[in-house]
Design a protein around this ligand. Structure first.
Ligand code: NAD
Ligand code: UDX
Length: 466
């Protein structure tokens, strides 16, 4: 089937950048990204490219050259679906917050809603591509919904047929455009050979065919959960070792380097820190845990649960260190927070360790002076509202540069590895801070020697600290 028109349901962190890259490599295809959220669509259509709802290196350029040529953002779901030969589902699948499977299972209500809308509006043959990360066997739910409409409509002689493929996304935020342009692999799960061929024909416009692998649908869905489980497990592993380093005098950077040089281990994802954040790792681990429990595999569930437990422990451990070092009292102390996003090069704060550590500090009575190069005040305000602070609701302020955030502050806590924090003006910082001044670097990114030389007491994660 020749694909002339693509619709993507969901204009979020995955849908927006993925469709921008497809539009860039396939100028002959009309790509429409639809979303229920008018504010988000308006932001995608904003003249000022700085106002795009997603910040990714290289995204602005593509949107600038492709928008309203073969890349469109709109709220008209019906039109988008009707026109499409291929529909990507890139809607959110967060962890359920109530009901059966609460706190573990993924909520697939948005996937189901989108499937119903497709069933209603699609015309002719349509390929549905599951991009969202979903529980294993969701493709069959989608198929059942779509086929129930097909039967009904075919009775009325309006022909429509659907082919469902799984095509999980492995991009990592902050590197979305380069990951999409040059992925390690593209995974396509499905039954229908022609539908698979159509999707391959799109990716092969820019990706080597050797990197495009096909599997059955369930393997594809499970591979996505497994990939995130393995990556997060590495982070919990190295974080657990960081605590041993602090006790023994070993240095986590040296340990990471030494083990990472073993080809069987590999050097990626061995950076210790304040725990993993982001919208995917915890959610997908919980999804896997739910699946294991569902099939009665208690030990498997417990194994993966331990990865989350270490992550939470690491976050709590950092607050405890700050508390203890600052004489067991944070009441009315000013703490400068450097970085609020869950990692560098993104404005995303979902599940950010910074958010949880800030919550603990606020509840201990500290006043936070927050600086993040890409996260604005509104987002931080919403995050603090969502995590149900017990204390310190208004004991924080956001600053446009790190020096202002240091004025009269007692401590700096580096929580995101923004490159800006590699070369800080320690003399200026020291002059602005209260004494004794503390630096807690949970990312090992700042210059410890320079900070010490100007008289700042430092604590670096995974190192022996005096
Ligand atoms: P997101 O919340 O940023 O975007 C999802 C969008 O879908 C929202 O804007 C929402 O309004 C829209 N939406 C929901 N239901 C809709 C409907 N019926 N019609 C139209 N729009 C609808 O989420 P995201 O981060 O882009 O993630 C999307 C999926 O991709 C999730 O399943 C996630 O697990 C997976 N994923 C995310 C990443 C990542 O780095 N963020 C990476 C790989 C996979
Ligand atoms: C992750 C997966 O990497 C990606 O393949 C998947 O599609 C979505 O989930 P993302 O959440 O964007 O991507 O970010 P990632 O770079 O994986 O980082 C996740 C968290 O782990 C961040 O909080 C980051 O700071 C932390 N991390 C990462 C570490 O603490 N140490 C590391 O060595 C790597």
């Amino acid at each position: 089937m020749e694909i002339k028109s693509i619709c993507c349901i969901g204009a979020g962190y995955v849908g927006g950048p993925t469709m921008a890259v497809i539009a860039d490599y396939c100028p002959e295809i009309k790509v429409t990204v639809v979303d229920l959220n008018t504010e988000k669509i308006n932001a995608w259509n904003s003249k000022d490219l700085k106002k795009l709802p997603v910040y990714e290196t290289g995204l602005e350029e593509i949107v600038k050259s492709k928008r309203n040529k073969n890349l469109f953002f709109c709220t008209n779901l019906e039109k988008g679906i009707k026109e499409a030969d291929m529909i990507f589902l890139a809607v959110n699948t967060p962890t359920k917050t109530s009901g059966l499977g609460k706190g573990e299972a993924s909520d697939i209500k948005w996937v189901e809603n989108a499937a119903r809308q497709i069933a209603k509006y699609a015309e002719g043959e349509t390929i549905i591509v599951e991009k969202s990360t979903v529980p294993v066997r969701t493709a069959s739910t989608i198929e059942i919904i779509l086929n129930s409409f097909t039967i009904e409509k075919n009775l009325m002689k309006a022909q429509k047929s659907f082919f469902v493929l799984s095509n999980p996304e492995f991009l990592s935020e902050g590197n979305a455009i380069s990951d999409l342009r040059n992925p390690d692999r593209v995974l396509i799960g499905g039954k229908d050979k022609e539908a698979i061929k159509s999707l391959i024909s799109i990716y092969s416009k820019w990706i080597d065919k050797d990197k495009i692998i096909t599997t059955n649908v369930w393997s594809s869905e499970l591979s996505k959960l497994t990939a995130n489980a393995f990556l997060s497990q590495r982070i919990s592993s190295i974080n657990s070792i960081s605590a041993i380093c602090e006790k023994t005098g070993a240095d986590i950077k040296e340990v990471s380097k030494a083990i990472g040089m073993d080809k069987r281990v590999g050097s990626e994802f061995l950076q210790c820190g304040p725990g993993f954040g982001g919208s995917c790792f915890k959610k997908d681990l919980l999804n896997l845990i739910y699946l294991a429990n569902f099939y009665g595999l208690k030990e498997v569930a417990e194994y993966w649960k331990a990865v989350i437990n270490i992550n939470t422990w690491q976050q709590n451990r950092i607050t405890s260190v700050i508390f203890e070092k600052m004489f067991g009292n944070l009441s009315n102390k000013k703490i400068s927070i450097f970085g609020f996003s869950f990692k560098a090069n993104t404005n995303d704060t979902r599940e950010s360790p910074a958010m949880y550590i800030c919550k603990d500090l606020l509840e201990e009575g500290a006043f936070l002076k927050i600086f993040d190069p890409k996260v604005d005040r509104d987002k931080i305000y919403k995050d603090f509202n969502n995590i149900e602070l017990k204390k310190g609701f208004s004991n924080w302020e956001v600053y446009k540069n790190y020096l202002d955030a240091c004025q009269d502050s007692d401590a700096i806590v580096i929580l995101t590895e923004w490159s800006e924090f590699k070369n800080l003006d320690w003399i200026e910082i020291r002059n602005k801070m209260n004494k004794p001044a503390w630096l807690f670097d949970t990312r090992n990114i700042s210059n410890k020697k320079q900070a010490l030389e100007v008289g700042i007491k430092t604590w670096h994660i995974g190192q022996e600290n005096t």
